[in-house]
Design a protein around this ligand. Structure first.
Ligand code: HSE
Length: 311
């Protein structure tokens, strides 16, 4: 049996415009990596973190990766000890599910080293525990797609009820990551506690329309449904050039464009790679004009989630 394993887990786009806290999908790049190894004494130890500029805690009860592995061990009533090395390959506070990627990679790796006592989908509650540590809320719309791959609907939180949604064969995501940081915790604090029923009706229609559009491969329905009248108007204030970037993506032919998770990244969906790439160039040109450095990632929806890497 293996004593050490290296796992990659992908970045994710949460909310997907209209589905605050209930929709998310995985992309191919970027993502985080962990090395998890069995040790002969009990306890979970983070021995090394790279790529975080020294910002993430090493203490087991504070780090999202170890917290979720500790929760898994508690559930299994196991005393097995682990050492963890975490390689952050994506920026913190990017709106790309950075903490979920690390957490999912860790809990997925630990479960394999323990001999797969739980099925992949059963690991979700432990990964969402990590999210609670990261930003104070156990939202699952990054962790679920990072773990399961694909496009995911969180139909219910209590109990967790997660549905994988079929997507068109040709659906491309463009992510623009401006090199500024927004903490999810802060981006949640500025949201209103209540909403107008008329806005809720618009949002419900769009969520249902988006799901139906994805399942029917109806691009025009997807385009009509990628609208957020509740969260985007508030959070867009935090992102310089937001409206110009969105306009640039739509003018390039993207089906829609909105904030990825809690930002500052923006995502656009397109029906061809050419449009996704053209939208990326146009979105980045806006950031360049504002003198804000940025990265572009283009990928299809990642159907796999975490994967084992050869050492
Ligand atoms: N649904 C969460 C939020 C995702 O928007 O706050 C955070 O990445």
């Amino acid at each position: 049996m293996k004593r050490e394993i290296r796992v990659f887990a992908p970045a994710t786009v949460a909310n997907v415009a209209c589905g605050f806290d209930i929709l998310g999908f995985a992309i191919d790049q970027p993502g985080d990596e962990v090395i998890v190894r069995l040790i002969d004494k009990p306890g979970v130890y983070i021995v090394k973190i790279s790529g975080d500029q020294g910002r993430l805690p090493l203490a087991a009860e504070k780090n999202t990766v170890s917290v979720s592995i500790l929760a898994l061990l508690k559930h299994l009533k196991s005393n097995q000890g682990f050492e963890i090395e975490l390689m952050k390959r994506m920026p913190l506070g990017s709106g790309l599910g950075s903490s979920a990627a690390s957490t999912v990679a860790g809990v997925f790796a630990a479960n394999i080293l323990l001999g797969n006592p739980l099925a992949k989908e059963e690991l979700l509650p432990f990964a969402t525990e990590g999210e609670r540590i990261a930003c104070g809320s156990a939202h699952a719309d990054n962790a679920a797609p990072a773990l399961l791959g694909g496009f995911v609907l969180i139909r219910s939180y209590q109990p967790l009820d997660v549905i994988q949604i079929a997507t068109p064969k040709d659906l491309y995501c463009t992510v623009l990551h401006p090199q500024i940081e927004i903490r999810t915790e802060d981006a949640r604090k500025i949201l209103k506690k209540s909403i107008l029923i008329k806005d809720a009706i618009t949002q419900w229609g769009n969520i249902a329309g988006l799901i139906a559009g994805l399942m029917k491969s109806d691009y025009d329905l997807i385009r009509r449904s990628l609208q957020d009248v509740i969260i985007e108007p508030i959070r867009s204030i935090l992102i310089p050039g937001f409206h110009e970037v969105k306009q640039a993506a739509l003018a390039s032919g993207a089906l829609g464009c909105s904030i990825s998770g809690s930002g500052p990244s923006l995502f656009a969906l397109s029906s061809t790679r050419e449009v996704a790439s053209k939208a990326g160039d146009a979105m980045q040109a806006v950031m360049n004009s504002l003198n804000i450095a940025s990265e572009i990632y283009i990928s299809k929806i990642n159907p796999v989630g975490p994967r084992i890497l050869e050492n």
